[in-house]
Design a protein around this ligand. Structure first.
Ligand code: FES
Ligand code: FES
Length: 151
């Protein structure tokens, strides 16, 4: 079946199977920042933004993206907020193996757009973004600085 969606600001026409996941469709387009981890909606590494909201692309069908706008990190390379989060994470040593990086960056980017200011709400928003390397402290320091929240 044919679907039309916008990916990183560009209109794409794709031929997909009814069972093709959004993760598979995006990787077919060469967007390899979209990672496959658990493939069971548990780890969060496949997160992309659909109409500015984080969704898990491993358990979303490509057909569900018909008519929607999808953003991956490749589409934010020139964005000022995105550059700032990326820099903060690097400075805090929160980017280690890098596997969870793109999904975390997209989730934090969308967090900023929601203007959430309480640490508790931030932590709640980030639940589901698993990282096996950092122990989360360095990530949280970087995100708190980016979001300008205290303890
Ligand atoms: S690969 Fe999608 S949640 Fe783990
Ligand atoms: S930095 Fe390795 S999984 Fe998060």
């Amino acid at each position: 079946m044919k679907i039309t969606l916008t990916v990183n600001g560009r209109k794409e026409n794709l031929e997909v199977e009814p069972s093709t996941t959004l993760l598979e469709a995006l990787r077919m387009l060469g967007l390899y920042s979209v990672r496959k981890g658990c493939d069971t909606a548990s780890c969060g590494v496949c997160t992309v933004l659909m109409d500015s909201k984080p969704i898990l692309s491993c358990c979303s069908l490509a057909v569900q993206a018909q008519g929607h706008s999808i953003t991956t990190v490749e589409g934010l390379e020139k964005d000022k907020d995105f550059e700032e989060i990326r820099k903060n994470l690097l400075l805090e040593g929160a980017d280690q193996c890098g596997y969870c990086g793109p999904s975390l960056l997209l989730t934090v980017y969308s967090l900023k757009k929601r203007n959430i200011k309480s640490l508790q709400e931030i932590q709640k928003y980030l639940v589901g973004n698993l990282c096996r390397c950092t122990g989360y402290h360095s990530q949280l320091r970087a995100i708190k600085e980016f979001m300008e929240v205290g303890e």
